[in-house]
Design a protein around this ligand. Structure first.
Ligand SMILES: Cc1ncc(COP(=O)(O)O)c(C=O)c1O
Length: 383
């Protein structure tokens, strides 16, 4: 019997409390609201956690990715390899630089870039690749590195992968750059927000300058310098992608909860993997042994041949039982802009197209309780 529920189980809910509220009082009281000491502290702590020498907070993962590509000097005529199954901005940032995104299909079990299909998409114009750690599972970076020519940069799209590990190394420390998201559907949040990590000093200094309009001297150093009232020179075309200190303060509080959030997510993901493994029309996500998933989302695939209903019908049914779900993500190559401007075809990316149609994100977040998971499992079994 399907129980009725008093509240909808949301697909995702941020966990903020007294710590975040208290953290906001200092910038509000001192009046330092723009990028300042709180952002610096957030960056230092984030860098340490993600085994990176440098971290630069920004307005989003999208702008972090754009900073990364601008820092490596991506220009018109260049190509960048991106997985076809990802959020649209992984490809958009390539277009922002006037370069061409080259889509590669993904694997059906990990939802990440298919390295078997990578080779044939590399050309002498390939300047970078953006492997995505989708839903918190790291892409196979060693395999990707072994296939790529040495001059091709790896920019990790780690939007979903705060705290994730690959061969005991942290996401964000695996490529030339890593870009993270603090959008409120992510594991830790600053409302909107992002972080760019790197271990390369030259790239770090480029990214830092580009984040701040291209100013040759950072705001902080100008204020510490002998003539703080004078404006610096701007020698490159930059952007304003700075994070506010209000967000930085919230980010510090969220980061202190990260390990707890990750442990809870891991526990409940393992629970799902066991509890719904007997449903014949649900294909579960595969986690290679060398990866520690951060479980930003728990995404299954509806096996159309075995399922009594389509993915969308299942979503409808779950919603009517008070359970909110989402498609995993989209096949960017199937979106209007890319079809129109790059001539991409559904049939060229069969796995991404199937996942776009059949993937299903079930609720998994840090406000859920045991009874929520049990209820979802019960409803799934009843279909
Ligand atoms: C894989 C991936 N890349 C990039 C982004 C963009 O992140 P943001 O919203 O912080 O720009 C997202 C957001 O959902 C994402 O899932």
């Amino acid at each position: 019997m399907i129980k009725t529920r008093e509240r909808i189980i949301q697909i995702s809910e941020p966990v903020t409390g007294k710590e975040e509220l208290d953290a906001l009082s200092e910038p509000l009281e001192t009046g330092w609201l723009t990028q300042g000491p709180k952002v610096k502290e957030f960056e230092n702590k984030f860098a340490r956690k993600h085994q990176s020498k440098y971290a630069f907070a920004s307005t989003s993962c999208t702008t972090s990715l754009h900073l990364a590509l601008s820092s490596i000097g991506l220009a018109p005529g260049d190509e960048v390899i991106v997985p076809a199954f990802t959020w649209v901005s992984t490809a958009n940032v390539v277009v922002y630089c006037g370069a061409k995104p080259v889509f590669v299909d993904v694997k059906q079990d990990t939802y990440n870039l298919d390295t078997e299909k990578l080779k044939r998409n590399i050309s002498n114009k390939t300047k970078a690749i953006i492997p995505v750690h989708l839903f918190g599972l790291c892409s196979d970076i060693d395999e990707i590195r072994s296939i790529l020519p040495r001059n091709v940069s790896i920019i990790e799209d780690a939007a979903c992968a705060v705290g994730a590990k690959y061969k005991k190394k942290m996401a964000g420390s695996l490529g030339e750059f890593g870009a993270f998201s603090f959008h409120s559907r992510k594991i830790i949040t600053t409302g909107e927000g992002g972080m760019l990590t790197t271990n390369n000093q030259t790239l770090a200094s480029k990214a830092e300058i580009l984040r701040n309009h291209g100013a040759s001297v950072s705001e902080e150093n100008r204020h510490k310098g002998p003539r703080p009232y004078l404006l610096p020179d701007f020698e490159v075309l930059g952007f304003n992608y700075r994070m506010t200190d209000l967000q930085g303060a919230v980010g510090i509080a969220q980061l202190s909860k990260l390990d707890h959030f990750l442990n809870q997510r891991k526990k409940w993901a393992a629970w799902y993997l066991n509890a719904i493994s007997d449903i014949p029309w649900v294909n579960l996500p595969f986690i290679p042994d060398h990866c520690e998933h951060s479980w930003q989302a728990f995404v299954v695939v509806i096996n159309e041949e075995k399922s009594p209903l389509s993915r969308n019908e299942i979503m409808e049914k779950l919603l009517s039982a008070g359970i909110s779900t989402r498609p995993g993500t989209h096949a960017v190559s199937n979106l209007g802009f890319y079809k129109k401007n790059y001539g991409t075809k559904k049939s060229d990316f069969p796995v991404s197209s199937m996942l776009e149609k059949c993937s299903l994100a079930l609720p998994l977040h840090n406000k859920m309780e045991e009874q929520d998971f049990k209820y979802i499992s019960e409803i799934l079994h009843s279909i």
